[in-house]
Each structure stands twice: as C-alpha cells, then as structure tokens.
Design a protein around this ligand. Structure first.
Ligand code: ATP
Ligand code: MG
Length: 340
C-alpha cells in the first residue's frame, strides 16, 4: 500500500483552515493508504514557542487528529521530536539542498518579513526538515494544503538530487533505480484554502495575532457566530452561480467554507442562497460551522484532559514510525559513506 505522511505544527490554536485543508482530508486516507500523521514540534520551534504552550498545543493537535476521526491503531500518530531520524536526515538534506533553492521559498519570505537578518537559521532550513519528514518514510503522497505546494516541489528536487548525486552508491547498496520516491500532492477533494474572515486575500493562519479573523476549532458556538457575523463582506447579494464570485474574495471565502463544511459544491450552495443577502447567509453558515466543529471540540477537550492516554498513543506511534525510519536511515548512512 502507498504511504502517506503529513503534519501540523504545534505553533498555535488549530483553526478552520487546518481542519478543512488538512485534518479532515487525513481521515479517509486511513482506509486506502498506510498513514503517518505527525505533530511537527521541531518545525514549531523555528520561531519562538513558549515551552508550556508547545506541550499544550502538541497534545491539542494529537487530540484533534483523533477527535476528527483518525484511529491511532490504523494511523501512526506521534510527535516528530520522539523520532530523532527526522533531525538526522534533515542534516543530510541541508547538505543536498542549495542556498538558491531555499532563498526562493515564498513562505520563508512571508514569515521572515522585513526582519530576515534576525530570524532563526531553522526557519530558513525549514523546507529541508519537511523533505526529511516525508522522505524518511519514502512517502509517495502528502495531503497538504495548497500553501505547501512550493515546499513539496523542493522535496522532489532534494529527492532527485540525492538520487542523482549518490547514483553509484544507491546501486551498490542493492537498490534498483531511485532511492527516494517522487512525492506528489494527494488530491482529496477540492483543495480548500480558507482565508481570513477580515481579509479575503490572506490565508487563515495559526500564528496570526488574531481577533475576529480566525475561527478556532475550540471556539464556542457564540464566538463562532459572532466572528461570522462580523466577517468582512461586500454589500451585494449572493450570486446564483460560482462565476458571480469572481473579484469578490470575501464572498468567495464564505461560500467556499459553507460548501466544504456541507460537503457540497459552491454551485449547490449558490443554487440555494443566490439572490439572498448576508443577513440570511451568515446565520446559516454559523449554524453549520457549529454543528460540524462543536462535537470535535468536545472530544478534543475530553482527550487533552488525559495526558497519560495521549502519552501512550504518541509513544506507540513513535515506536511504529521508528520501525519504518530506521532501516531507511541505515541505508542512507551507508549510501553517503558514514562508517558505523
Ligand atoms: P502557521 O501560521 O504557524 O504556519 P498554519 O495555520 O499555516 O500555521 P501549519 O501547521 O503550517 O498551519 O499547516 C498545517 C496544515 O494546515 C498544512 O497542511 C496546511 O496546508 C494546512 N493549512 C494551514 N492553513 C490553511 C488554510 N488557511 N486553508 C487550508 N489549509 C491550511
Ligand atoms: Mg503554515
């Protein structure tokens, strides 16, 4: 069976974008793939994290995975730092990747902002750790959001360069053809990119200092309703088909969220609400969001209250991840010429 890896950083409270763009898409893959879902704590510390928050968010993400329907017996669920092979392979990839490749990464430029001289070296090397996460398990597919497309391309470039640079050794180690696979984005339904409720051109993000722009998975019903009510929109009625949303980023976002939460298409949503105003649509969207998110939030709260159970799940997941990673790393060490 093909193997899938994906991860979320414990760098803030989970939001609707993480749910629709990532977590929800992880669930059905359990039935068709070997699935590895990680809480990538080593990625999180590329920017400063308060250690107590880091722990809390690590548990919260693992709980969200399970509450959303991942079964820790089917999927491997663990936190990255428990499997040190991630760090080891990423170092080797730091020596395969080129400075010029990394400098082109738009996420680094966005996150570093004006202050690129004063961000961590880890933030710059981030995509190389991400490539290691994926290739350590020789994963062929990753169900990540659209915002990760460029990093995935870099993962392929690293795999190709490794396969090329060590061609002779890979063969000598008994591998026919390439050592690392070429990883593809897994298409699991429409690639939903949830935008900020206050600015339809910006993605909803964990690390945004947020007020009313972000719907968090743990928000209560009243808060969700309030945020949707206050969401920025234009004054026009909803159009009757998707083409009518062109140039209306905020409207497109809210209708897209409705479609994703109700598992229908944008055209279906507009067939129902076309011609109506926001006063009718927003309460319906709020009700829908609450009905989807609140059972998950309740289960997350139950799970995070029991650290012993969560620790056991993460430890078991790490053991199973390591069992896959170690033989791969043994080969890699041999291939690059490390004496053991
Ligand atoms: P940060 O701001 O710290 O980068 P984030 O919200 O972008 O946080 P990540 O941990 O970087 O979260 O990403 C976790 C997963 O969620 C990835 O698969 C990413 O593609 C997806 N994701 C993040 N934001 C969105 C969004 N607004 N819409 C859809 N998917 C998203
Ligand atoms: Mg991100």
């Amino acid at each position: 069976t093909p193997r899938v890896f994906s991860g979320i950083k414990p760098s803030g409270d989970l939001h609707l974008g993480n749910y629709l763009g990532a977590i929800r898409r992880f669930v059905p893959l359990q039935e068709t793939h070997e699935t590895i879902y990680c809480v990538v704590d080593m990625h999180a510390i590329t920017v400063w994290q308060d250690p107590a928050d880091l722990k809390r968010w690590t548990y919260e993400i693992a709980a969200a995975y399970i509450a959303a329907g991942l079964d820790p017996k089917k999927s491997i669920i663990f936190n990255q730092s428990q499997v040190m092979e991630h760090a080891e392979l990423s170092w080797i990839f730091n020596c395969v990747a080129r400075m010029g490749w990394m400098e082109r990464m738009t996420q680094f430029k966005d996150k570093a902002g004006e202050n690129a001289e004063n961000v961590s070296l880890g933030l710059f090397a981030y995509p190389s750790l991400m490539a290691a996460d994926i290739l350590l398990y020789k994963s062929t597919g990753v169900p990540v959001g659209e915002d990760q497309r460029q990093h995935l391309e870099l993962t392929r470039d690293i795999a190709k360069k490794f396969n090329h640079d060590f061609k002779k050794q890979i063969k000598a180690n008994g591998h026919r053809g390439d050592f690392f696979p070429v990883t593809e984005t897994l298409a699991t339904g429409p690639a939903m990119r949830v935008k900020s409720l206050k600015d339809g051109t910006k993605k909803m993000s964990k690390s945004d200092a947020s007020d009313l722009s972000t719907i968090y998975m743990m928000d209560g019903a009243d808060l969700i309703a309030k945020k949707i009510k206050r969401a920025t929109t234009d004054a026009d009625a909803l159009p009757s088909e998707a083409a009518g949303l062109a140039g209306r980023a905020e409207a497109e976002n809210l209708v897209g969220i409705y479609a994703a939460l109700s598992n229908t298409s944008v055209d279906d949503v507009l067939a129902q609400y076309g011609g109506q105003g926001w006063g009718a649509f927003k309460p319906a969207l709020a009700e829908l969001a609450v009905s989807v998110l609140s059972p998950i939030a309740d289960e997350m709260k139950r799970l995070v209250a029991d650290h012993a159970e969560m620790d056991a799940i993460l430890r078991d997941g790490a053991d199973r991840a390591r069992a896959i990673a170690q033989p791969v790393m043994n080969d890699v060490r041999n291939i690059v010429g490390f004496v053991r």
